[in-house]
Design a protein around this ligand. Structure first.
Ligand SMILES: Nc1ncnc2c1ncn2[C@@H]1O[C@H](COP(=O)(O)OP(=O)(O)OP(=O)(O)O)[C@@H](O)[C@H]1O
Ligand SMILES: [Mg+2]
Length: 378
């Protein structure tokens, strides 16, 4: 592993909002940044030192990126394995192909979590109709059928209450390889964002408590409102998983807390995460700076929380009929508006977020909810 000082050139595959913050932070620190994305207007492409318009499996463009950059990272997990292997042969890549490949497949990810001492929700692999016929009689509905690959923001998920509905759901999703999960009655959802260096050193950010609406993250609040014993356990488990998969870079691990207090592993993301956006405004080092430090072989940053904070996502739905009342935000101190530079505000599309810093977490959460109501005019 080489230590790369500012002045070096970094690359990122994927030009969405996560890539955009990576670019902003890297350029602030004095690095040049190349971004590869098929869309020339993608959020990170707008701010790149060099924007490579190409598909994620374009060997020629990937070689150009690997050639030009001293270190390369990814913005999302669905970069083809061969592309990662090519980049790793040419540049200092973080994360490496192995942990990214695991995160591309819900079933593999659950198996790895289990063997690392984490507890996924009760689930079954559904690869064909026979798996449905042979479903363990102990499996209890209601359940959620999730495609093993390529799901995000609740996409590729179907609720099913009976075996018949399961069969229908399986056919509807194209009879591709799926995971059937028991629907857990949730007391809360939390996530752990951490960074692991090439040397295996880990820095954990404060645990966030998250609320999802229709499968999409709505709010996060930090510190979480959950007992310290359970957030500490989640942090420990996330660390164990990071070590077990030898992840290098930022890793996010999502957990469910059942109504009986059980801590379940939900899923992981081998990259900075939406529930870690609060680190942009409220921790000493942000998740994006941490990614840069790791890939450049620099010391990890401090993850101390500077203030209780809450975040609310702004989805394209807010732009549905008229522009949202964003100007209303500027009346309150302690609120930060973030917009990602996306041109088309489609429903469900993440357009930006707002964070509010306050003296305690309850106040911060109340404030983001109030700001959201004011912006949406509801
Ligand atoms: N087994 C389950 N029991 C109860 N709720 C669930 C279950 N699975 C998913 N959910 C709810 O749906 C949300 C989205 O699920 P999941 O994390 O699997 O989605 P995703 O499509 O991978 O989304 P993303 O990658 O954006 O986090 C969860 O955060 C939770 O609120
Ligand atoms: Mg999720």
């Amino acid at each position: 592993m080489m230590s790369l000082a500012p002045g070096a050139t970094l690359g990122v595959v994927g030009g969405g909002q996560l890539g955009r913050y990576f670019v902003v932070k890297a350029r602030q620190l004095g690095y040049e940044v190349w971004v590869l994305d098929p869309d020339e207007k993608a959020p990170a492409m707008q701010l790149a030192s060099v924007a490579l318009v190409a598909n994620y499996d374009d060997a020629k463009a990937l070689s150009q990126l690997g050639e030009a950059c001293d270190a390369v990272t990814i913005e999302f997990e669905n970069v083809p394995a061969e592309s990662l292997q090519l980049l790793q042969s040419m540049s200092q890549l973080a994360p490496g192909p192995a942990s990214v490949e695991l995160a591309q497949d819900r079933l593999l990810e659950k198996q790895k979590a289990m063997s690392s001492g984490l507890l996924p929700v009760p689930h079954a692999s559904i690869a064909d109709l026979e798996d449905i016929a042979n479903l363990d009689s102990e499996f209890t509905f209601p359940a959620i059928l999730k495609t093993s690959r390529l799901g995000y923001d609740g996409k590729g998920q179907r609720a099913c209450n009976t075996r018949d509905e399961l069969e229908q759901a399986f056919n509807e999703c194209g009879a591709v390889s799926c995971v059937l999960e028991q629907r857990i009655e949730l007391a809360a959802e939390i996530s752990v964002v951490l960074a692991r260096s090439f040397d295996g050193e880990i820095a954990v950010f404060p645990v966030a408590q998250n609320v999802h609406r229709e499968g999409v993250l709505f709010t996060s609040v930090v510190p979480s409102m959950q007992p310290a014993a359970i957030t500490a356990m989640a942090a420990e488990q996330a660390e164990s998983l990071a070590h077990a998969i030898e992840h290098v870079g930022v890793l996010a691990v999502e957990f469910f807390i059942g109504v009986d207090g059980t801590l379940y592993f939900n899923e992981m993301a081998p990259r900075p995460h939406n529930s870690g956006h609060y680190t942009l405004d409220a921790t000493l080092c942000s998740q994006f700076e941490q990614q840069i430090r790791v890939m450049c072989g620099l010391a990890l940053g401090a993850t101390d929380l500077l203030s209780p904070v809450a975040m609310v996502n702004l989805l394209g739905d807010l732009w549905d009929k008229k522009s949202p009342g964003l100007d209303r935000l500027f009346g309150s101190s302690g609120c930060h508006l973030h917009l990602y530079g996306k041109m088309a505000p489609r429903p469900g599309r993440k357009m930006g977020h707002v964070t509010c810093l306050a003296s305690d977490n309850t106040t911060a959460l109340d404030q983001v909810n109030q700001q959201f109501a004011a912006i949406s005019g509801s």
